[in-house]
Design a protein around this ligand. Structure first.
Ligand code: PEP
Ligand code: MN
Length: 333
């Protein structure tokens, strides 16, 4: 149950009631919400004096539900841009899988500037499947991203691999990316809940929509209202492509969940040849953004080489996306 307390209820009283009802206390524009265990379906009348309204839920999706907020939450990224809310913005994000060198990330930043892409992506801490492959440049990579941010005025998204370096990511990134393999990491989720930055939460490739959104609930109930969901493909019996992009799941999320959705066709298919068609199909879903991997020379990329687009391929794709976006009432930013 979500209980919206009356505006005159003080923080101290909200905390006291929160303890009594074993609830999360979430601040919302100076007023307080109590998010109780979902099994609470009725509230004792002794609380009536404090309660403005209450909403009952039937599963553990509460704050992310459209039953709580009927539209899509508006998420501010950096100072000037936002997605969701009443905007029809669709944010296209690009950059390499990993920061590999200053030259490589500078070329990527220049591509963004040339095309008008506002958010540069690249991982500095890579959650790799094998310990014998490139694990990322770490803090040096983040500093290079920060350099690009300052030099070109780009916004940065980079992923947190574990909770030991979450503060570095919070400091340097404008959007904190939680990778598919980290979707269940409660150290990360709880740290993200305390961060004053938007979080892009990727769906674990072996998780249901329910589990995915429940991970988002950890961040929301912990105090950070700015969560963006990212569908990046799930594991199915199919092996010809790397993963299977769950567009049915995206339709479900759009209908029932109040968080913006960004789609990642690159990690889903795993092969560059399919990314442009898939990206257009994603845009046709009317989503809040796309995340597409690009590299100055994909053949030498240190991670995800097979799926990164060349700058030429991306430029062509980018040019074709506006018409698709317009057809579904979206505008690329
Ligand atoms: C990435 O974005 O480079 C990445 C590792 O993605 P995922 O967590 O979806 O595998
Ligand atoms: Mn990658």
């Amino acid at each position: 149950m979500i209980i919206r307390l009356k505006p005159e209820v003080s923080e101290g009283k909200a905390k006291e009631l929160g303890e009594e009802l074993k609830s999360f206390v979430v601040r919302e524009n100076g007023t307080f919400l109590l998010v109780t265990p979902t099994k609470l379906k009725e509230l004792d009348s002794k609380y009536s004096a404090f309660v403005k309204e209450q909403t009952v839920f039937h599963d553990d999706i509460q704050l992310a539900s459209k039953k709580f907020i009927s539209g899509t939450r508006s998420i501010k990224i950096g100072k000037d841009i936002s997605i969701g809310g009443t905007s029809n913005n669709s944010l296209v994000i690009t950059g390499p899988c990993s920061v590999e060198s200053e030259e490589q990330i500078e070329q990527s930043a220049q591509l963004c500037v040339k095309l008008g892409v506002k958010v540069l992506r690249a991982g500095a801490y890579k959650p790799r499947t094998s310990p014998y492959t490139f694990q990322g440049m770490g803090i040096e990579g983040l500093k290079l991203l920060d350099k690009m941010r300052k030099k070109y005025g780009l916004l940065i998204i980079s992923e947190v691999r574990d909770s030991t370096h979450i503060n570095e990511i919070i400091e340097f990134a404008d959007i904190i990316q939680v990778g598919a393999k980290s979707m269940y990491d409660h150290g990360i989720l709880k740290a993200c809940a305390k961060a004053a930055k938007p979080v892009l939460l990727k769906r674990g490739f072996g998780t249901t929509i329910q589990e995915f959104v429940q991970s988002a609930e950890f961040i929301l109930s912990g105090g950070n209202p700015e969560v963006i969901l990212c569908e990046r493909g799930i594991r199915t019996f199919e092996t010809k492509t790397r993963f299977t992009l769950d567009l049915c799941g995206v339709a479900y999320l759009k209908e029932h969940i109040n968080l913006p959705i960004i789609l990642d066709p690159s990690h889903a298919i795993g092969y560059a040849y399919g990314v442009p068609d898939l990206a257009r199909a994603c845009m046709a879903m009317g989503v809040d953004g796309l995340l597409i991997e690009t590299h100055p020379d994909p053949s030498v990329a240190k991670s995800d080489a097979s799926q990164q687009l060349t700058f030429e391929q991306f430029t062509k794709l980018y040019g074709s996306l506006s018409a698709v976006a317009a057809a579904v009432g979206k505008k690329i930013i």
